[in-house]
Design a protein around this ligand. Structure first.
Ligand SMILES: [Zn+2]
Length: 447
């Protein structure tokens, strides 16, 4: 499988991505986005050497490199804006297991670069090795203090929380653990650190908070410590899971609904972008509070781009990514968690109380294995068949079948040989009907 994906470059170190590949990607990126480039990496073991070779490649094009060290992906976005860069790169495999590494790329507007908007061209330059030539240079830059001050300025004025508020922070041994505890402490909270040391072996658990098994440490620590809330971040600090005071994980659609409600009380009529997988709970909530819900394809490159085009204030993906206009449309998980605390501090209520009045939907998300070579053609064929059978379809991203009181969405995964399926309804009987329909489709998937 190619390392050049729909939203980023990703593969296994060192069989798919090694130092030589990193050099060539650096040279290709410097050719494509020539100028001043911010470069960071997460805590993966292969990060330092891949960064060194990426930088050497980019320098050979005449580019000027700002090496910003170990960072979350939102920090790279901040660096591009703050230092007026022509592009930026984080060397990270996000929430993937430790064997992986990769490159998330950003343009001069700090917009993530997708396959269509640049990775495809970068791949052509990479393959032809037809690079720009020049004499560049690199310098290291300590960015932590600037970023922390930037985030504090966004929330400080409204935070009324004292040291009696206590949080558990699980950094998953990734980059967020190097930033989040200090920000929380400066806001006066009591911080319980869990997996907040940088360790690319990820000894605590895999850095993916969308998987239940990776939340176990944080859940029990919240209860043991009697903390008010717990937050689990992924490897590069853009994916978040929230644990309530009683040690239960709160679904991302509830967190997003809460963030939307919070925003709309302050900015009535605001535009809010959500991915195609997002629960009707959040969409209903956005409408109920007078916001404009804008649907978008799944994937950070599409959400950020859509938000910029629409000048949207907030964005959200079911996988636990929350995007903000204030962070230049980046999905900053640290800011998302601070906003949850801000809301609690304003309303003086517990999280469980704040989320209980959202409409209840029954939903399920599953992934089914499929022959890699047939995953896209299966979705295309399914669309044609369902159209012929007279179903009402929405084809913004994959095939979404619209029922009277619910929906089912079928998509080919961009990263794995899988078909991802989501379905939901407000009504239990309708949900069971949709579930049966989904089962009948699953039988058609080529294994
Ligand atoms: Zn991530």
């Amino acid at each position: 499988m190619s390392i050049f994906k729909a939203y980023d470059i990703r593969g296994i170190y060192s069989s798919e991505i090694d130092e030589r590949v990193a050099y060539r990607i650096g040279a290709a990126f410097g050719t494509l986005n020539y100028g001043k480039i911010a470069v960071g990496c997460d805590t993966r073991l292969s990060g330092p050497q891949l960064k060194e070779h990426f930088i050497k490649g980019a320098i050979s094009t005449g580019s000027e490199i700002l090496d910003i060290g170990v960072v979350t992906t939102p920090v790279v976005v901040f660096a591009i804006e703050h230092f007026n860069c022509d592009g930026g790169v984080n060397i990270t495999a996000s929430h993937n297991p430790k064997e992986y590494n990769g490159f998330k790329l950003f343009d001069a507007n700090a917009m993530p670069i997708s396959y269509e908007s640049g990775i495809g061209t970068l791949k052509e330059i990479f393959e032809s090795e037809n690079y720009r030539k020049g004499k560049g240079y690199s310098s290291t830059l300590a960015i932590k203090e600037d970023y922390i001050n930037f985030i504090l300025a966004l929330v400080l004025a409204r935070m009324k929380i004292g040291n009696r508020f206590s949080v558990v922070i699980d950094g998953s041994n990734g980059a967020a653990g190097l930033y989040a505890p200090e920000i929380y402490r400066r806001l006066g909270m009591t911080v319980n650190e869990l997996n907040c040391t940088a360790d690319g072996n990820f000894p605590g658990h895999d850095p993916d908070p969308s998987k239940e098994e990776n939340l176990l440490d944080a859940k029990s620590r919240v209860k043991e410590a009697g903390a008010d809330l717990g937050f689990v971040y992924d490897g590069d600090g853009d994916r978040l899971a929230v644990i309530d005071k009683d040690g239960t994980a709160v679904e991302s659609s509830r967190i997003f609904s809460l963030l939307a409600r919070f925003l709309l009380e302050e900015k009535p009529g605001a535009k809010i972008v959500h991915d195609a997988l997002m629960s009707g709970m959040a969409i209903d909530t956005i409408k109920r509070y007078g916001g404009l819900a804008i649907p978008c394809r799944v994937g950070h490159t599409y959400i950020a781009q859509k938000m910029m085009e629409e000048a949207a204030e907030l964005g959200g993906e079911l996988s636990g990514h929350y995007y903000f206009k204030e962070t230049f449309f980046a999905d900053d998980a640290i800011l998302a968690s601070l906003k949850i605390i801000e809301l609690i501090s304003q309303e003086g209520k517990r999280l469980s109380e704040l989320i209980k009045d959202f409409p209840d939907y029954v939903s399920e998300n599953i992934r089914i294995s499929v022959k890699e070579s047939e995953k896209f053609s299966f979705i295309k064929k399914l669309k044609e068949e369902l159209e012929r059978e007279g179903y009402l379809l929405d084809c913004l991203d994959g095939v979404k079948v619209i029922f009277e009181d619910g929906w089912a969405l079928f998509r080919a995964s961009n990263t794995e040989p899988k078909i991802s399926i989501a379905y939901e309804s407000k009504d239990k009987e309708e949900y069971n009907k949709i579930k049966k329909f989904v089962q009948s489709i699953i039988e058609r998937v080529p294994q």
